[in-house]
Ligand binder design. Structure first.
Ligand code: NDP
Length: 330
C-alpha cells in the first residue's frame, strides 16, 4: 500500500524530492469503519501553504506524515451500517492507495448523476468557491465588466461562466494562447489576455475593458492585481480568492500602493475562504448542478493517471500545465 509523505518543507518552488513514497501494510477495517480505495485525488494550489510550518486557517502538514487533499474513494469493505461496499465517498483523505475511515466528514457521491471527478471540481470546492464568493463579494450586475485571473483554471473558468450567466462582459487573464482560445470558445469569455506575452498589463487591461473593471476576481495576486487596481471603477469590488503568483516566493514583494485608489473609487476588496461558508454548500451545489444540466455551465479537467504521479501533478499547477481542474486518477 503506497503512501505519500511530505519529506521536506519546500523552500521556494516545491520539487519532487520534497515528497516521499512509503510502503505500508494494507489496513483492515475495524467495527464501525470501512476500507477505502482511492479513485480520484484533487491537487490544489492551496496545499503549498500547508507545506509551510505556519499557523493558518488550516493546520500545516507534518514532516514524514501523509499529505491529504480532497479525494473520491470507493468503499471496498464496510463495517459501518451507513455505507455499503461499492459506495463512492468524497472528503479530505490521505494520499494513500488504501485507508480506513469511520465516515465522519465524508459524503456519498452518485456516479450516475455526474462523473466522479466532477465532485472534486465544478460540483466540489472549485464550483462552490466561484459561486459563493461572487454572491457574497462580487454582487455582479448585468452589463458590468468582470475581470478574472487564473481564468482557464478550475475556479477561474467557473467564475467567468457565472459572469456570462449574469449578463456581464467577461475578460480573462491566463498564460497561453491555447488557454485564451479555450476560454473564449468553450467558456464564452468575451476577451482574453495572455499575461506571459503582454508587455504592459495596465494597458492590456485598459484596452480589454474600455468601460473599466467593476469586479476583479483575483486568483493570482502580484502584478496582475496591480494592473486590475489601476483600471478599477467607482464602487468596484475585488475578490481576493488566491495569490498563486506569491505562493513560492520566500519574501513578499513590495508593490504599488492602492490606498488612494481605494478611497477615491470607494473600492471594496475582500478576502474569501470557501471553508467559512459550509452552510451554503447545499443550495450552492444545487444551483451549480442545475446550470450544468441546463448546459449553462461546462467544465474542463486535466486528468493525470497514476498514484505515483500525484506529486508531479501538484508541481505542474505552478507551471500552468493544467486546463480546468487538475485531478489524478488512480
Ligand atoms: P487552477 O486550476 O487555477 O490552477 C492554477 C493555475 O494558476 C495554473 O494553471 C496557472 O495558469 C496559474 N498560475 C500558476 N502560477 C502563476 C503565476 N505565477 N502567475 C499567474 N498565474 C499562475 O487552480 P484552482 O482553480 O484550484 O485555484 C485558483 C486559485 O484559487 C488559487 O490561487 C487557489 O489558491 C485559490 N483558491 C482559493 C480558495 C478559497 O477558499 N479562497 C478555494 C480554492 C482555490 P496560467 O497558465 O494561466 O499561468
Amino acid at each position: 500500500n503506497q503512501v505519500i509523505h511530505l519529506k521536506n518543507r519546500p523552500k521556494g518552488k516545491p520539487e519532487l524530492e520534497d515528497f516521499e513514497f512509503v510502503e505500508e501494510k494494507k489496513p483492515q477495517a475495524a467495527d464501525g469503519e470501512m476500507l477505502l480505495k482511492t479513485k480520484y485525488v484533487s491537487v490544489d494550489p492551496y496545499l503549498r501553504g500547508r507545506m509551510r510550518d505556519e499557523e493558518s486557517y488550516i493546520p500545516p502538514f507534518q514532516l514524514n506524515e501523509p499529505l491529504e487533499s480532497g479525494i473520491i474513494a470507493e468503499v471496498v469493505e464496510s463495517k459501518n451500517p451507513n455505507f455499503e461496499k461499492g459506495d463512492f465517498v468524497n472528503g479530505m483523505l490521505d494520499w494513500k492507495e488504501y485507508q480506513t475511515a469511520t465516515g465522519n466528514g465524508l459524503n456519498k457521491v452518485d456516479p450516475d448523476k455526474a462523473s466522479l471527478s466532477a465532485y472534486l471540481g465544478i460540483l466540489g470546492l472549485t464550483g462552490l468557491t466561484a459561486y459563493i464568493s461572487l454572491e457574497h463579494i462580487g454582487k455582479l450586475q448585468e452589463g458590468e465588466t468582470l475581470l478574472v485571473s487564473g481564468a482557464s483554471g478550475a475556479v477561474g473558468s467557473t467564475v467567468g461562466q457565472i459572469g456570462k450567466i449574469k449578463g456581464c462582459r467577461v475578460v480573462g487573464i491566463a498564460g497561453t494562447d491555447e488557454k485564451i482560445k479555450l476560454m473564449k470558445e468553450k467558456f464564452g469569455f468575451d476577451h482574453g489576455i495572455n499575461y506571459k506575452t503582454i508587455d504592459d498589463m495596465n494597458q492590456a487591461v485598459a484596452k480589454a475593458c474600455p468601460d473599466g473593471v467593476d469586479v476583479y476576481f483575483d486568483n493570482v495576486g502580484g502584478e496582475i492585481l496591480d494592473a486590475a487596481m489601476q483600471n478599477i471603477n467607482k464602487d468596484g469590488r475585488v475578490i481576493n480568492c488566491g495569490a498563486i503568483s506569491l505562493y513560492n516566493m520566500t519574501e513578499t514583494p513590495k508593490g504599488p500602493r492602492y490606498e488612494g485608489i481605494m478611497v477615491k473609487k470607494t473600492v471594496r476588496m475582500q478576502g474569501f475562504l470557501v471553508r467559512d461558508h459550509v452552510r451554503e454548500f447545499g443550495p450552492a451545489t444545487q444551483q451549480l448542478a442545475q446550470w450544468l444540466s441546463a448546459d449553462k455551465l461546462t467544465y474542463e479537467e486535466t486528468i493525470v493517471e497514476g498514484f505515483k504521479n500525484i506529486p508531479q501533478a501538484f508541481l505542474d499547477l505552478f507551471e500552468g500545465k493544467n486546463k480546468g481542474k487538475m485531478v489524478v486518477k488512480v
